[in-house]
Design a protein around this ligand. Structure first.
Ligand SMILES: Cc1cc2nc3c(=O)[nH]c(=O)nc-3n(C[C@H](O)[C@H](O)[C@H](O)COP(=O)(O)OP(=O)(O)OC[C@H]3O[C@@H](n4cnc5c(N)ncnc54)[C@H](O)[C@@H]3O)c2cc1C
Length: 562
């Protein structure tokens, strides 16, 4: 009989751990209080580090990043854009540090090439004229949403169960051993099971906490003190992609000095400021302004872009020597497997903390190795060699662009997102219009996501990128939600529209100036006035009307579809 393990946390570390343990034969359930990627994983910069950033200050992390960067290219190709990266030295930046960076990269086995200012500007014409030299490194961009979903899907393919919207509220303990988790449902899971407020205890032989910045809160449920060194960072999203290479400033201490191209956008960020509570910290306008100013020193044109949203994330850092520094930038990016039996005398429970998105797979492998040791399981890890779903063969992406009757830019974007699942998803006999123009997402992709996650519009969004572009859902959130009908009822469809629109609005509050202010006003007018989205009870006010709609009548009493 296989051993049961509950993994808490649906970020990269948790989904990676669930996949690894399921592949090694454990009976795994993953519980996540929100959607997958709800925590820090959905709020990163999406920088697939080469390790260059840490090559001087934190070499252990740098070595891990380079090693995992290579592995992820093999197993998660459809989640990665191979942009390459530059560390740019601007006029006045230290020569000595530039040389030290090169040495550090060599010490960490990170391939480098030195470019003159002119060569760097030939590669990235929008770099400032003040660029003197640059170091080319194998940085890239990685899609955290696609990565997590692929890990979760593969975990399920190996027998795991994923419970989203299931918050752990207690860790039952008997004679010094954790015996499972008590969850409180925040809503039905993606299969429509359960309801809000429902409590259940899931028994387990072992519990893994992969809850990142929330790890101390989970540990506290077992009376364990775990001091995290969490820090927040802001990121700003532009509406255009003005560069194709990851650009970092070559400075000893950098905040907000990385620019990452992502799909149709560019991400600027991030600062590094300590916070006490990962759910409650100020999101301040000066942080947004600072990210734009620092990025513009390297690539002046970013200042002219339309900023479509800003978002914040909290780093799940852990400092084994908390006295050593009070600067969050100095806290190691290493990860730690904290065995609570050894550390705190509580059996059946481990936390995995720290690390990076780039090193999630190695973190998962380490904690899965730990669980295997606990149960004397000697099955080897295979996650470094078995591709994630979608990534097994992406070599023919370009060749197949014209298939499926889609215009080629749309086909290309779809195929990049779907990898080797593209044929299955896009080859449909039904009409396949584009639902989200900004991100080139068609109905077939939306329907594929709905099949997987049901009426959860933000889960659909993070699988497809629909509503994440220029209009921020203004022109498409109602179309995305409408795709739910009639497989879901009118009430769920309407609720989905509200949830998606609110989530999109949240990130735009900090970028309301210039062109994006006009877009936001237009969105507001379309939704509030034309579509009556700010809840005038005259439209869809009562359950009776929803029922009538579902029965085929619209609110005016006419046959639906007339
Ligand atoms: C601003 C910023 C930028 C970053 N940029 C990069 C980058 O470019 N590249 C890189 O490699 N790394 C980056 N990182 C670091 C990286 O994002 C994180 O290390 C990584 O995503 C952490 O993943 P995780 O799975 O460990 O944690 P999380 O993704 O936070 O997952 C933990 C999950 O636990 C869930 N949870 C919490 N409490 C409960 C509960 N009671 N019950 C159930 N579930 C619960 C949360 O909802 C969350 O989804 C960045 C971090 C920040 C903050």
């Amino acid at each position: 009989m296989s051993h049961t393990v509950v993994v808490i946390g649906g970020g990269a570390t948790g989904t990676g751990t669930a996949r690894d343990l399921a592949m090694r034969g454990f009976d795994v359930t993953l519980v996540e209080r929100g959607n997958l990627t709800e925590g820090t994983t959905g709020r990163t910069h999406g920088h697939l580090h080469s390790g260059g950033r840490y090559a001087v200050s934190d070499q252990e992390s740098a070595i891990d990043c380079m090693q995992e960067n290579r592995i992820l290219h093999d197993i998660a190709g459809h989640c990665i854009e191979d942009t390459g990266g530059l560390f740019v030295q601007l006029e006045g930046d230290s020569d000595a540090y530039f040389e030290r960076k090169l040495e550090g990269c060599a010490e960490c086995n990170i391939p480098t090439e030195v470019l003159s200012g002119e060569e760097a500007r030939r590669q990235e014409p929008h770099l400032t004229k003040d660029v003197e030299r640059a170091i080319r490194v194998p940085d890239g961009a990685i899609d955290p949403f696609r990565l997590c979903v692929a890990n979760a899907a593969d975990a399920v393919a190996h027998g795991a169960k994923i419970e989203t919207h299931a918050e752990v509220v207690d860790l039952p303990i008997t004679e010094g051993r954790i015996t499972g988790v008590t969850i409180e449902r925040q809503g039905p899971n993606h299969l429509g099971e359960g309801r809000e407020g429902q409590r259940e205890t899931l028994e387990a032989d072992y519990v893994v906490s992969a809850t990142g910045a929330w790890a101390d809160q989970i540990a506290a449920m077992a009376d364990i003190e775990l001091e995290m060194a969490i820090s927040k960072g802001a990121m700003v999203v532009t509406n255009v992609r003005q560069l194709d290479t990851v650009v970092n400033r070559c400075l000893p201490k950098g905040e907000g000095d990385t620019i990452i191209p992502h799909e149709t956008t560019v991400l600027l960020g991030a600062n590094d400021d300590p916070v006490d509570d990962p759910d409650d910290y100020p999101e301040e306008q000066w942080e947004v302004d600072m990210m734009i100013d620092i990025a513009a020193e390297m690539v002046p044109i970013v200042e002219e872009a339309r900023m479509i949203r800003a978002y914040w994330g909290v780093r799940p850092l852990y400092d084994p020597n908390p006295e050593s520094t009070d600067d969050p930038g100095d806290v190691t990016r290493n990860y730690f497997v904290l065995d609570h039996a050894e550390r705190d005398g509580v059996e059946g429970f481990v936390s995995i903390v720290g690390g990076k998105l780039t090193t999630y797979r190695e973190m998962a492998e380490s904690v899965a190795d730990h669980v295997c040791d606990e149960f004397g399981v000697d099955t080897a890890c295979r996650t470094h060699e078995e591709p994630l779903p979608g990534s097994s063969d992406i070599s023919n992406l370009d060749a197949e662009m014209e298939t499926f009757g889609l215009r080629s830019p749309i086909a290309r974007r779809s195929k990049q997102r779907l990898g080797d699942r593209a044929a299955d998803v896009l080859d449909t006999a039904d009409p396949n219009p584009t639902v989200c123009e900004c991100e080139a997402v068609t109905r077939a992709e939306i329907q594929d996501a709905i099949e997987e996650v049901g009426a959860d519009p933000n889960a659909i969004r993070l699988r497809t990128r629909a509503s994440m572009g220029n209009c921020q859902g203004g022109f498409c959130s109602h179309r995305i939600s409408a795709e739910l009908y009639p497989s879901h009822d009118a009430r769920s469809t309407r609720d989905a529209l509200d949830q998606l629109y609110q989530e999109r609005w949240k990130g735009q509050r900090h970028t309301l100036w210039g062109q994006h202010l006009s877009q936001a006003m237009l969105n507001h007018l379309l939704h509030a006035t034309t579509m009556n989205h700010d809840a005038d009870p005259a439209l869809f006010g009562s359950e009776i009307e929803y029922e009538a709609f579902d029965a085929g009548l619209n609110h005016a009493g006419k046959a639906h579809g007339d």
